[in-house]
Ligand binder design. Structure first.
Ligand SMILES: CC(C)(COP(=O)(O)OP(=O)(O)OC[C@H]1O[C@@H](n2cnc3c(N)ncnc32)[C@H](O)[C@@H]1OP(=O)(O)O)[C@@H](O)C(=O)NCCC(=O)NCCS
Length: 344
């Protein structure tokens, strides 16, 4: 379903036209977009097919900007944001067919995307740089700035102090199950420099306060797919009427068949909502631990007293310490393993 041809031309004699489409795309167009993107990226950070076919459309808006030349898709840029709160948008992927690069198509796609996101009320657009210097130059020229590691973002109204507003302390917080619409706000939270150390300790992914992020768009989709595949629950801490995502907790059954009686817990909460972390984790354990799970493991760094306090308050006890197990810059940190009781 094409929702509009936004413009045509650009270069003298160019017949490239830019269109905007909203998921679900018809199967043929989705296939064309996916074929182009897979040719450029080999494999995606998340399932383009599912997003384009509308699988997540109940909660996640997926809008695609297409560059078409005589019926052929020669460029695409995707914008994702939550239906219920478009404050944070994600950009990605963005790709232009190799033989058509350097002619302004990328810029036209991105300009359309930015204008659209602004009109929808998006206050910040985030993206992860996975390409070459050309991509970075393009994004810079369009007002994106280096944020943390590979993450760039564009604040639509910089004067409005986005972070201070979005993560402002708020007594109105609730715990609810994560949905695909949380893709953009969870990614924004995970790139925010928070005091808590890890947000996925098992894979060694850290708060950007301590380690510059080298992964971006893949993090939330991986959590969601792992949870769906192995069994588990991801909850978010949602603040205010807009349900700004200010924390998350995930419990997932162990990936190895010999340890299906074991679940792994992780969580990450913004500094302004640390006092809500215990409630978030308690609810997640109560609702997410399957009857066959006897033990819940949670790993945290020896220096992460915030996390230790939460686990200990919930009755977790330290069962192991792996000295100097994690290198953070020039320092080594111990990895502590805590255990909580499962269902039995
Ligand atoms: C990044 C990417 C999308 C840019 O698309 P593009 O269509 O080549 O981008 P543009 O043509 O708008 O801009 C690229 C360059 O062409 C130049 N250009 C734009 N219009 C031009 C014109 N009419 N004539 C000559 N040069 C032009 C731009 O100034 C820019 O130059 P610069 O890199 O020196 O600043 C494309 O290179 C790509 O698909 N790369 C691989 C995937 C990737 O890295 N994606 C981003 C992942 S985060």
């Amino acid at each position: 379903m094409k929702t509009g041809i936004l413009e045509t031309g650009g270069l003298a004699g160019s017949e490239v036209r830019i269109c905007r489409l909203a998921a679900p795309l018809d199967a043929k167009t989705a296939w064309k977009v996916e074929s182009l993107l897979v040719r450029i990226f080999e494999r995606g950070d998340y399932s383009f097919r599912s997003a384009l076919s509308g699988k997540y459309s109940g909660t996640l808006n997926c809008t695609v900007f297409l560059a078409e030349l005589r019926g052929r898709v020669v460029g695409a840029a995707i914008c994702l944001y939550a239906n219920r709160n478009p404050a944070i948008g994600l950009v990605g992927p963005v790709g232009v067919a190799h033989e058509r690069r350097g002619r302004g198509i990328g810029k036209r796609l991105m300009t359309s995307l930015i204008d659209y996101a602004a009109a929808k009320g998006c206050a910040a657009l985030y993206l992860g740089i996975s390409g070459n210097g050309a991509a970075q130059r393009l994004y810079r020229s369009l007002g994106f700035q280096q944020y943390k590691g590979i993450v760039m973002r564009r604040l639509m109204r910089p004067e409005q102090q986005f972070d201070a507003q979005y993560f402002a302390k708020n007594p109105d917080v609730r715990v609810r199950k994560a949905v695909w619409g949380d893709f953009a706000p969870v990614q924004a939270l995970l790139s925010c420099p928070c005091d808590m150390y890890t947000f996925d300790g098992r894979r060694g992914v850290f708060s950007s306060k301590y380690v510059e992020p080298t992964r971006f768009l893949s993090v939330f989709p991986e959590m969601m797919s792992k949870s769906a595949e192995y069994g588990g629950l991801i909850n978010v801490l949602a603040a205010g009427a807009g349900e700004n995502v200010v924390g998350y907790a995930a419990v997932c059954v162990s990936l190895t068949s010999a340890a299906r009686h074991v679940a792994e817990l992780d969580f990450f909460v913004h500094d302004n909502f640390v006092e809500q972390a215990e409630r978030l984790v308690r609810t997640t354990l109560a609702d997410g631990v399957a009857p066959n799970v006897e033990i819940v493991n949670c790993r945290c760094l020896g220096c992460d007293s915030l996390k230790q306090n939460v686990i200990e308050a919930l009755g977790g006890r330290q069962v192991a310490a792996l000295p100097r197990n994690v290198k953070l810059g020039d320092t080594y940190e111990d990895l502590l393993v805590y255990q909580l009781e499962g269902s039995k």
